[in-house]
Design a protein around this ligand. Structure first.
Ligand code: NAD
Ligand code: APR
Length: 237
């Protein structure tokens, strides 16, 4: 069985990382147009660096939750049985990897990586970033930015993502409001190709009617139960 799983901020919510559009979400406290666009970085790099430095420090003290661990288990079990899990995340945290997932596609980039706008190099980065920090490879100052996809920029690895999506037997969206394209369009792409769809969320998202099935509750409870049911039904079939 080939499963395509898309995760959003709700998958990491119970690890203490904020979501974006919930009641006290990040975008209710910070203006994304001032912090998450290339223009914002060009006009006010210090403010953008401070925002991502705060999020990076929060992430370094966070831990994966049961939803991340269940998806890592699902990947291992499906692979053992000749199937596959393509785990595509909109999240920029590394909690899937720390929970044991071997293959994670970060379509919005990764908070624990930096990219140099001068030489294009990307590198692992856990410390605070600022305009004073020179790029380790080209030594250029002021060029390092978070390796994160901002509004107006192209998400990453979209060819691999669409190949995996259209070859899946099941598309499951976990903890995402389905507010931002192109991820928001994955469910209709899947339906258009006759692929079964399932939404796992705290409550029905605005896209809920597009899904064949919905399972609602905290991801740390609903995802492990869903994986358990999937694997036990597969082992009996
Ligand atoms: P966006 O939400 O502005 O829209 C993405 C694209 O989809 C745009 O081309 C838009 O025209 C199109 N679109 C929007 N609504 C649509 C609809 N109802 N029907 C059809 N098309 C629609 O996102 P963006 O500006 O393209 O941002 C690119 C990516 O960067 C997004 O996936 C976003 O999530 C990501 N991002 C990441 C962060 C972060 O901190 N990681 C912050 C902001 C944005
Ligand atoms: N369990 C399951 N779902 C949850 C939980 C939880 N504990 N807590 C919140 N949710 C759900 C909410 O109901 C909501 O549908 O997670 C979703 C979070 O939605 P958003 O805050 O919009 O986050 P996301 O969908 O990941 O945003 C997409 O927008 O700003 C960009 O790049 C950013 O990747 C992000 C993208």
């Amino acid at each position: 069985m080939k499963i395509f799983a898309l995760t959003g901020a709700g998958a990491s919510a119970e690890s203490g990382l904020g979501t974006f559009r919930d009641k006290d979400g990040l975008w209710s406290r910070f203006d994304p147009m001032k912090l998450a666009t290339p223009e914002a970085f060009a006009h006010n790099p210090d403010e953008v660096h401070a925002f991502y430095n705060m999020r990076r420090q929060n992430l370094l003290s966070a831990e994966p939750n049961a939803a991340h661990r269940a998806l890592a288990r699902l990947e291992g079990s499906l692979t053992e049985r000749g199937g596959s899990l393509f785990l595509c995340t909109q999240n920029i945290d590394d909690l899937h990897e720390r929970a044991g997932s071997q293959r994670v596609v970060h379509m919005h980039g990764e908070l624990l990586k930096a990219r140099c706008t001068a030489c294009g190099g990307t590198m692992s980065w856990h410390e605070d970033l600022s305009v004073e920090v020179p790029c380790p490879s080209c030594r250029c100052s002021g060029g390092l930015r978070p390796h994160v996809v901002w509004f107006g920029e192209m998400p990453l690895e979209m060819d691999a993502i669409y190949d995996a999506l259209l070859g899946a037997d099941l598309f499951v969206a976990i903890g995402t409001s389905g507010s931002v394209y192109p991820a928001a369009g994955f469910v209709s792409e899947a339906r258009g190709h006759g692929i079964r769809t399932c939404e796992i969320n705290l409550e029905p998202s605005d896209n809920a009617r597009q899904f064949d099935e919905g399972r609602y509750g905290p991801a740390s409870e609903v995802v492990p139960a869903w994986v358990e049911q999937l694997l036990s039904s597969r082992s009996s079939s």
